[in-house]
Structures are given as C-alpha cells and as structure tokens.
Design a protein around this ligand. Structure first.
Ligand SMILES: Cc1cc2nc3c(=O)[nH]c(=O)nc-3n(C[C@H](O)[C@H](O)[C@H](O)COP(=O)(O)OP(=O)(O)OC[C@H]3O[C@@H](n4cnc5c(N)ncnc54)[C@H](O)[C@@H]3O)c2cc1C
Length: 156
C-alpha cells in the first residue's frame, strides 16, 4: 500500500452490461462476450457464451453441411438467443439495485430484506430450485440437436 500513490497504478476492471443491436453481417456471426457483456452478478457470462455456441451449432450445422448457409441463418441465432440475454441483463439489474447495492453500501438507509411471503415461497421444494436453475441453465435451456448432435456423436 505504501507504494501506491495514484489509482492509475492499479488495474481496474470496468464492468458493463450491454449488447450489440446486430450480432451478424454476411459471413460473420458474433456470440458470447463479443455480442453481449453482462454484469458479474450471478457469474453467468460463461453459461451465456456456451448457450450461444450450442444454439449457433444447432442452427448452423445443417445449412453448413449442405452448403446453403445464408445470412438468415445467422439472424436466426440472434433471434433465438437475444431474449435470453435481455432476460439475464434485466434480472441482474434488479439484483444489483435490490440486493448488491444495499450490501455494498457501508451505511445503508434500510438494509434490504426479502418480503416474508417470498422467503416462505422460496422454501417450497418446487420454487426453491427456480433461482439456481435459472442461473445454471438460463431462462431458455439449450441442448445440442439435429446435425450438430450427429456431429458430436461422430466426434467431428
Ligand atoms: C475478472 C472476470 C471474472 C469473471 N468471472 C466469471 C465467473 O465467475 N463466472 C462466469 O460465468 N463468467 C465470469 N466472467 C465472464 C466470462 O469470463 C465471460 O463472459 C466468458 O469468458 C465469455 O466467453 P467468450 O467465449 O464469449 O469470450 P472469451 O472467454 O473472452 O474468449 C475469447 C477468446 O478469443 C481470444 N481472442 C481475442 N482476440 C483474438 C484474435 N484477434 N485472434 C484470436 N483469438 C482472439 C481471446 O484470447 C479469448 O481466448 C468473468 C470475467 C472477468 C473479466
């Protein structure tokens, strides 16, 4: 600490939550962090990137193998994945506002507490798993399908 005189001597990680309007151009598709950066809340950037990749494999494998890949297929990947990303970014924004901001404030006006009814509901077996499932698998879970699945089975 004695060596530090200025914050410029420290590497700061800037955190953003943002997404591209368009994830594709002819011959180009961007997914994962290149298409959307999310807040660290929940630690789900990797999940989203992998889900994008699985979705892209599902949509693109068939047309690629048949040599008929077009921009409309790239557009379809964005159409499938963008709602899930928007959902995550909204949930993170709410968690930031309601939970994280209060927890990081050294002098909170009123500490955040979950309403009792919500606490009780989250103890019920069916509802208890919902937050963990949303974080782990996302709002729209994806699985490898179609030609992409055949490719995995054949070890391509
Ligand atoms: C400090 C930190 C902590 C994080 N913690 C978590 C966490 O706990 N959980 C979580 O889910 N997410 C976490 N994330 C977010 C997560 O790392 C990203 O969301 C995720 O890695 C995105 O995957 P990606 O494949 O889109 O991009 P990346 O993982 O960034 O992969 C892009 C790759 O492209 C390579 N590359 C770049 N330019 C070129 C080029 N010109 N030519 C060739 N290769 C190139 C890079 O070297 C990199 O390997 C964290 C991020 C940071 C910065």
């Amino acid at each position: 600490m004695g060596e530090l005189e200025d914050w410029r001597q420290v590497s700061l990680l800037s955190v953003e939550s943002d997404r591209l309007k368009r994830w594709y151009a002819p011959g180009l598709l961007v997914i994962g962090d290149a298409a959307h950066v999310v807040s660290p809340v929940g630690g789900i950037g990797i999940n989203l990137a992998i889900q994008d990749a699985v979705s892209a494999a599902n949509v693109l494998s068939g047309p690629l193998l048949e040599g008929r890949l077009g921009t409309r297929h790239l557009r379809a990947v964005q159409r499938r994945r963008a709602p899930a990303v928007r959902f995550v970014q909204l949930a993170q924004e709410l968690a930031q506002r309601w939970v994280v901001a209060g927890a990081l404030d050294p002098e909170p006006e009123a500490p955040f507490r979950l309403p009792r009814s919500l606490k009780r509901a989250l103890r019920m077996p069916v509802l208890r798993d919902v937050p963990a499932r949303l974080i782990a698998f996302g709002a729209w879970p994806v699985r490898v399908r179609g030609a992409a699945r055949k490719g995995v089975e054949r070890g391509w």
